[in-house]
Ligand binder design. Structure first.
Ligand code: URP
Ligand code: ZN
Ligand code: ZN
Ligand code: ZN
Length: 487
């Protein structure tokens, strides 16, 4: 059974042109004019774009004394409904600290549940000989070439600098890419205590205790450590000018440092935490917190200029009831917001419609750039003959009002509630299957999604490093007669 997507304008990260796309099985077989197939998918008046890739989700994640509510089934269906055909979830080690056992645990959760393709990033939350050894199997056997390091969440996930340095060096050896959550966890912990003592117990305390400076410091520190280890670096949820500035400076020096802003930080600001309604504000508690308009403008500029490369969601869904765990203490509100389903439409509406991004840039930051960074391009992230038919027929006239009632997410609220978007997917195809068709009562197809193995990248260990001279030290031979005795 072949399918042909007819009459649309193909948009890739490089260009736009009018052509049909022929799909045979799971793959794109041909791109050209007047193609024929057994089934026709109408793309008249629409764009034909690579399926979105969201490289930052936390589905069913145990965190802060509870477990994120979005399941692999509901999350991957919500993704499909929003035009995202692949997501990368964060796999956290359990109490035994084993990376391989953690992957098995994540596999048990996702197995037979996923509606689109997924992959994992592996979190490094401590350091040992065993972790050093297991990292090789994670990369070479399990097909995971990215390792996440939390510089925040003191007493829980936070990693120390020496551990991070060791892990980064191991990443360089293995051709894997280190990721960091950049916030100075020690300072955050102190500020949290300070504001609690001042009687600021509500969500505004969350914003006060995580100022942009703590993010900027950690971003600079992580970049220095990556440089010393001789590895590129990917900084997740870049929310402020201080972190962005650190990335720009590093890139200008020739370092491969990538930055990922979130759709939430691009479209929502810090005033949300000062809402009189506690529950409203608590729903928006995530780390780093939303920032001021100036920081937002900087992030948008970075996407256009190329100093920031990827827009993600950090989808970590905690229900109203779960958020109430922190009703007396903002530090106990489970951190995280949703966005998996809304990312593409919100970015199009507030980015492309406003002229801040071109359609090609939209494709680059929602799909192609991250596919390249994750080393799965051109199989994913493009409209390429021989590549996976992960394709969205993107209708620029299919507007809607975002609402919890119509969203596919399990969450009982939506941080974008009531906001208008001007575009939506008409069809979402995952490896050739239609997994979402607007207005046609599409249902989840759990079990059809696959885990995508990502090979190590040879280039990942080729970071330019001004520290290189330190790795080939020169021993100075001295005349023993000239060395003073007794020192
Ligand atoms: O607040 C957030 N971002 N929650 C999820 C965990 C993380 O830090 O990415
Ligand atoms: Zn410390
Ligand atoms: Zn994080
Ligand atoms: Zn996250």
């Amino acid at each position: 059974m072949s399918k042909v997507i007819k009459g649309g304008t193909i948009v890739t990260a490089d260009r736009q042109w009018t052509a049909d796309v022929l799909i045979e099985g799971e793959k794109i077989a041909e791109i050209g004019e007047n193609l024929r197939g057994d089934e026709v998918i109408d793309a008249e008046g629409a764009y034909v774009i690579p399926g979105g890739i969201d490289p930052h989700t936390h589905l069913e994640m145990p965190f802060m004394g509870t477990t994120a509510a979005e399941t692999f089934e509901t999350g991957t269906f919500a993704a499909a409904a929003g035009g995202t055909t692949m997501l990368v979830d964060f796999c956290l080690p359990g109490e035994d600290g084993s990376l391989l056992n953690a992957i098995d645990a994540w596999d048990r959760k996702s197995k037979d549940q996923i509606c689109v393709d997924i992959s994992y990033h592996m979190a490094i939350t401590g350091w040992s000989e065993k972790i050093f050894e297991e990292m090789a199997s994670v990369v070479n056997e399990r097909g995971i070439n990215t390792f996440k390091h939390f510089m925040a969440y003191k007493g829980a996930l936070m990693i120390e600098d020496d551990e991070m340095f060791a892990s980064f060096k191991r990443c360089a050896e293995l051709g894997a890419l280190p990721l960091v959550h950049a916030e100075n966890g020690d300072i955050v912990a102190e500020l949290q205590q300070k504001y609690m003592e001042m009687g600021i117990t509500g969500p505004e305390g969350h914003a006060y205790s995580r100022p942009p400076e703590v993010e900027g410091e950690a971003a600079n520190r992580a970049i220095m450590i990556a440089d010393a280890a001789g590895t590129p670096l990917y900084i997740v949820h870049v929310s402020c000018e201080q972190a962005h500035e650190a990335i720009r400076r590093a890139r200008q020096k020739g370092m491969r440092v990538f930055g990922e802003p979130l759709i939430q930080h691009l479209t929502l600001d810090e005033s949300e935490y000062f809402n009189k309604d506690w529950q409203y504000a608590a729903r928006r508690v995530m780390s780093p917190p939303f920032r001021s308009k100036e920081h937002q403008d900087g992030l948008w500029a970075g996407l256009a200029a190329g100093s920031l490369q990827v827009v993600a969601t950090d989808h970590a869904a905690f229900t109203d009831e779960q958020k109430r765990m922190g009703v007396d203490n903002f530090g106990m509100i489970p951190n995280g917001t949703g966005g998996l389903e809304e990312r593409m439409a919100m970015l199009w509406t507030q980015g492309v419609e406003t002229g801040r991004l071109t359609p090609e840039e939209f494709v680059a930051v929602t799909s192609s750039n991250i596919a390249k960074i994750l080393n799965i391009y051109p199989m994913k992230g493009g409209i390429n003959v021989g590549g996976d038919a992960d394709i969205v027929v993107w209708d620029p006239k299919l507007g809607r009002t975002i609402s919890t009632a119509t969203a596919k997410s399990i969450l009982d609220y939506n941080v974008f509630e009531g906001m208008e978007v001007s575009a939506s997917p008409r069809y979402t195809l995952s490896r050739g299957d239609v997994v979402w068709a607007a207005g046609q009562n599409s249902q989840p197809q759990p079990g059809r999604g696959r885990f995508v193995k990502r090979p190590p990248a040879a280039s990942a260990s080729k970071a330019l490093s001004k520290w290189k001279s330190l790795n080939t030290p020169r021993k100075i031979e001295r005349d023993p007669m000239n060395i003073p005795a007794g020192v």
